[in-house]
Unconditional design. Structure first.
Length: 221
């Protein structure tokens, strides 16, 4: 799976964690910050500079917390639970118009997050196409692709190269995938007829995984 590089600063709650030389969290590090009485003796320019640094650290901490991937779906599935699939409404990759997840309610959806620059995406695409033909034959389901963080022309060339026929949507900023906890590509989610996520794969899918996670849904539908 190709992952986006995340910042390395560690965060506890919304406060940056200061590491000591031993590698543990050091409460003594707070002593290195200037006290209120010491700040009173500093010039206004120095006080303003310190305030700016503190504000910057706060913004960094907030950004890191906000960008931390959501593992709620993974945790729920690990407990044997299903999760309501987050909704989205996106433009089609080719042609006009938009589609939403709600448009596929009542069908099995194999939701695939991908990008044309992702090598594992190339490896799994022929398999996804074969399974799309299988599950869409009688209208029971579909593979649905969301191309994210990509150039539209490159994505459309990718679709032509692999002769992909399943519906494709585009999300240039990847915002629709945040609630799915997507941090790398490809990632695939199996959504049942009720709109519940019943399985996910953080990485490329293979035939064995599709048979285990998708085939049983076809048998019961």
């Amino acid at each position: 799976m190709v992952e986006r590089e995340l910042p390395k600063l560690e965060v506890a709650g919304s406060t940056p964690v200061v590491r000591s030389n031993s590698g543990g969290c050091s409460p003594d590090a707070a002593a290195s910050l200037p006290s209120v009485s010491r700040m009173k003796r500093l010039s206004p320019f120095a006080v303003a500079a310190i305030a700016g640094v503190v504000a910057l650290l706060g913004l960094l901490a907030y950004g890191l917390v906000a960008s931390d991937p959501d593992h709620g779906i993974d945790d729920a599935l690990a407990r044997g639970e299903t999760v309501e699939a987050p909704g989205f409404d996106l433009p089609r990759l080719s042609g006009e118009g938009r589609e939403s997840l709600a448009d596929y309610r009542g069908k099995i959806v194999v939701l695939n997050a991908w990008a044309s620059w992702c090598e594992p995406c190339r490896e799994e695409s022929p398999l996804l196409e074969r399974w799309h033909k299988r599950i869409s034959r009688d209208g029971r389901g579909t593979v649905l692709g969301i191309d994210a963080l990509d150039i539209d022309g490159d994505a459309r060339a990718f679709v032509r190269e692999y002769d992909l026929t399943y519906p494709m949507l585009r999300d240039p900023e990847g915002e629709s995938l945040i609630d799915y906890g997507v941090v790398g590509y490809p990632e695939t989610f199996v959504i049942d007829e009720r709109g519940k996520i019943v399985a996910l794969r953080r990485g490329a899918v293979d035939e064995q995984w599709m048979r285990k996670e998708v085939a049983p849904l076809l048998d019961r539908s």
